[in-house]
Design a protein around this ligand. Structure first.
Ligand SMILES: [Zn+2]
Length: 123
């Protein structure tokens, strides 16, 4: 084996973004959705036109990366805990955003600041 250098700039954020593009990630997400029947585990919303569901890592991605010392895609693929379906849950986009583990780098740049808080949600 020759010397293989993996110089990555951008650090952990770039790595976790690359991991999210992996086939393994897609597979994991799908398994979580199937187990939860495409239903948000917080509010019970189902995937549909108005609701977009997402897969959330209960134990956050970044802490898993740190814990296992994952600094490359190869290590990520080998880390079974990362792909543990029991560590995933289905949330709709709205509920997902409210979690602490929501990946901030997923959020689109806010176009405008919303100053006035919305009125109470009428349920
Ligand atoms: Zn929800």
């Amino acid at each position: 084996m020759g010397a293989s250098k993996a110089v990555r700039k951008g650090g952990k954020t770039a790595l976790s973004q690359s991991i999210r593009r992996l086939e393994e990630y897609e597979h994991w997400k799908r398994s979580v959705f199937l187990r939860d029947r495409f239903t948000c585990q917080h509010c019970g919303a189902r995937n549909g036109r108005k609701r977009v569901i997402e897969a959330d890592h209960i134990k956050s991605f970044s802490s898993l990366l740190a814990e296992h010392g994952i600094d490359s895609i190869g290590k990520a693929k080998e880390c079974l805990e990362l792909w543990e379906v029991s560590n995933g849950r289905t949330l709709c986009h709205t509920c997902h955003q409210k979690t602490d583990s929501y990946p901030r780098n997923f959020v689109d740049k806010p176009k405008k600041k919303k100053r006035n808080a919305r009125k109470k949600e009428g349920i």
